[in-house]
Design a protein around this ligand. Sequence first.
Ligand code: FNU
Length: 292
Amino acid sequence: MIHIEKGVKGIGYRVMETGFERHLRPISYPMPVPNTLNPLPYSLSPIASFLPKILFYPHIMTCDAMKLSSGLVLALDVTDRSRALDVAARVAPHIDAVKVGYPLVLSCGTGIIGELAKSSYVLCDFKVADIPNTNRLIASEAFKAGAKGIICHAFPGRDSIAAVVEEAKKHGGDVLVVTEMSHPGALDFMAPKAEQMARLASDSNVSGIIAPATRPERVKALRAIVGDMLIISPGVGAQGGTASRAISAGADAIIVGRSLYEAPDPAEAASMFSSEIAEARNAFRDKGGKGS
Ligand code: FNU
């Protein structure tokens, strides 16, 4: 929606609103412009306001949440391309997704995302945490490279998440929002705000949140806030968390890095994690939990 905001002394702004952002371009007037250029005012009716979104982003109507089977996500934090491809291939039968982050992408380039995407769902853990425009650009590059999901931070706020979500929807991808991280330092600033960040995630049309397997009681508390949204939990193995405790607390899936790619036999390690998840899910389901 574009409109003109008149300021003082003949200087004003041409304001373009995208739903979560306002682009302001200074203008001088008098100018021969109507006050509102949008042929379909958003205030007309809820249907009128939603119609342009459906036309431009038909996939906004569908939720392309990540499909979970084993509940195991490989965090591929290695910096060697051939090792990365080798580990990913070995654990492939046991995992639902490969999570790539800065270590791998900075060393190998974004091409590695496309290579892994040929055989796996690739989740880009870029912990996107910028202004909406920059977030949108980062998300766009990740999805164009072949990612199916992206992780962003909640703390930059509603509009920053919305930018990632809008970009993800264009590509039919998932957005996962970090609430409370798994390392001890998360207790400094993130933990006290985690519930608020989970509520913001719930309101932001994302697929799910990231919550700490190292503190299962926090997974439980965050599950109570986000309802049926996905909860994916890192911190298992090397950081001290366990798969069974995270799943029993309400996580849908766990993220494991070092305990898989540093294992003497990554496939065997992955198979053991996936059995542990399956057992914990059964026990959780028996107790009336979700047990996805
Ligand atoms: P591993 N990760 C994490 N904690 O560990 N994305 C978080 O709160 C979070 C993450 C990632 O310890 C971390 O960057 F939001 O070797 C790494 O890629 O099992 C992976 O999860 C954990 O790796």
